[in-house]
Design a protein around this ligand. Structure first.
Ligand code: AMP
Length: 306
């Protein structure tokens, strides 16, 4: 079962306490598609400018990502500049240059319109909606967003959220969207918008999943080496949706396993800048870290009261 992803393909300039990179490959769709490509077929819809080097497209193709929906328009590729302090949990956006995204109207190639899984990565909610108009009843629609869109296009965003099955956002975004500081109450409000499953990413504290009466908490993998959290959220989403699409198992148990695969992929991303660490993983490394998660979170039950 394949995934259609629409989102940004970008040049990122990032500063963390551990180093600085300029104009490296980034973007929400790039991280998502790369992570998901370890589990299933991925088709990508996005726009880049004339300045986008062929070697980046070659890399995505080398991961078997279908690029028939990657449009090259005159102008410059989207650029994002961000900074992290020692608390690596929240990026400070220094600059967002939409460039070719300003006039982009996504057109879904007919061969993608029947995708079973659609992921609306972080991008203008009007463009996310435009994609939903062009697809034929996917089994699952999942989406992400960010503070930039919650404050600049709240109404358009709420319309999109009303149509998605799974919303994947971070804790600050959940609070901002619901205007509720308590995360459990915030989750309840967001679920009342029609979302079936809400995943709240909490950086180095892991993720929380809310669906009906079910709550699941997964930690982040404790790493000694964390260089750059950029893309962790999109990589999480790629591993998560990638695994769901691979198994087709949408039960609570299947969703919990997928959350761990998402967390595994995110743990690799933060170990290096850009996509360097997740460019060429061995599937055995992914499985090994999955088992590490299982061991780390296992504890015995207590006896029933007499
Ligand atoms: P995250 O997984 O949340 O760390 O996402 C990081 C990626 O989001 C970066 O590679 C950026 O290029 C991309 N990004 C940042 N701001 C925006 C935006 N306003 N719209 C779309 N993509 C963005």
């Amino acid at each position: 079962m394949g995934i259609l992803v629409v989102g940004s393909v970008a040049f990122d300039s990032v500063e963390t306490p551990f180093g600085v990179v300029e104009e490296v490959l980034g973007g929400s769709a790039t991280y998502f598609a790369t992570a998901a490509s370890y589990f299933t077929d991925v088709s990508l819809v996005a726009v880049v400018g004339g300045d986008f080097p062929e070697e980046h497209a070659d890399f995505l193709r080398s991961r078997n990502i279908d690029l028939r929906g990657l449009v090259r328009n005159p102008g410059d590729t989207f650029r994002w500049k961000g900074r992290y302090g020692y608390d690596l949990n929240e990026a400070q956006t220094l600059e967002t240059r939409l460039n070719v995204f300003e006039s982009f109207k996504p057109s879904i190639p007919p061969e993608y319109a029947d995708a079973d899984f659609v992921f609306l990565a972080n991008i203008d909610p009007d463009l996310q909606m435009e994609v939903l108009r062009q697809v034929n009843k996917p089994r699952i629609i999942a989406s992400d967003t960010m503070n930039f869109w919650i404050s600049s296009k709240p109404e358009a965003l709420k319309k999109v959220i009303g149509k998605v099955d799974i919303l994947i956002i971070n804790d600050a975004e959940a609070r901002q969207l619901s205007r509720e500081p308590n995360l459990v109450k915030s989750a309840r409000m967001i679920l009342s918008l029609g979302v079936k499953t809400l995943i709240v990413k909490r950086g180095e504290y892991g993720v929380l999943m809310f669906a009906g009466n079910s709550i699941f908490a997964a930690p982040a993998y404790p790493l000694e080496k964390v260089f750059d959290p950029t893309g962790a959220g999109d990589t999480f989403a790629g591993g998560f949706i990638g695994y769901l699409a691979n198994t087709g198992n949408l039960t609570d148990a299947g969703i919990r396993q997928a959350i761990i695969f998402g967390s595994v992929m995110a743990s690799f991303t933060v170990e290096d800048f850009s996509l360097n660490r997740i460019k060429s993983l061995d599937y055995r490394e992914i499985e090994e870290r999955y088992r590490g998660f299982k061991a780390m979170t296992h504890f015995e039950d207590i006896p029933e009261p007499e």
